[in-house]
Design a protein around this ligand. Structure first.
Ligand code: GSH
Length: 202
């Protein structure tokens, strides 16, 4: 088993943080995304969508999509649970995980991808869309600040995959100057807490 990884990118970090929370160690193989090795024909045999991370199982199965990789390890190593326990909690964690993915990580990623030279010639870029998504990301941060007024973590009183997705998204926002505002005190309190966990260094 191994994971195709890239140190500076947010989605591979999501898996590393998740595994650190579970205390699972998996060998990593670095993929040079700066040189676009992930977009070449060899890597596309592993993941036709060209993204990292990818989990390679011992039987040769390749699992891409960081949340799918996390789900695999939630099944093999259920403790501590990071996708919730029981019908209601699992559904709520899924809801918040999807919200963090769709309304926070995606706008933050697009703010970078849709205008930065790194992606020139790799994807179709629409700079106006980058700006629209930057504004959507700023709105999502303001909304999240109000949500976190009433609870400790994103999905409730327990740390979950939703916190990991939100943290890796917000930390990646710095490259597009998307940051927590001084008045967003609930968000800042939450961010300080999740960032102080040893897993955040993964
Ligand atoms: N939805 C995928 C996204 C994968 C993805 O876009 N990975 C980025 C790193 S965060 C990547 O491979 N970037 C390099 C590229 O697109 O060339 C996941 O959750 O794993």
């Amino acid at each position: 088993m191994k994971i195709y990884d890239s140190q500076a990118a947010p989605n591979p970090r999501r898996v590393r943080v998740f595994l650190a929370e579970k205390g699972i160690q998996v060998p990593y193989e670095q993929v040079d995304i700066v040189k676009a090795v992930n977009r070449g024909p060899e890597f596309r045999k592993i993941n036709p969508m060209a993204g990292v991370p990818v989990l390679e199982l011992d039987d040769g199965t390749h699992i891409a999509e960081s949340v799918a990789i996390c789900r695999y390890f939630e099944e093999t190593n259920p403790e501590p649970p990071l996708f919730g326990v029981g019908a209601k909690e699992r559904a709520l964690v899924e809801m918040w995980q999807r919200r963090m993915e769709l309304y926070l990580l995606l706008p933050i990623a697009d703010s970078f991808r849709q205008r930065h030279d790194f992606f020139k010639g790799r994807i179709r870029q629409v700079p106006e869309y980058a700006e629209a998504q930057r504004q959507n990301a700023e709105e999502a941060l303001a909304w999240l600040d109000t949500e976190l007024a009433n609870r400790r973590f994103i999905a409730g009183d327990k740390y979950t995959i939703a916190d990991i997705t939100a943290m890796i998204a917000i930390d990646f926002g710095r490259v597009s100057k998307i940051t927590i505002k001084p008045e967003q005190k609930n968000l800042a309190r939450w961010h300080a807490e999740v960032s102080s966990r040893p897993s955040a260094k993964a």
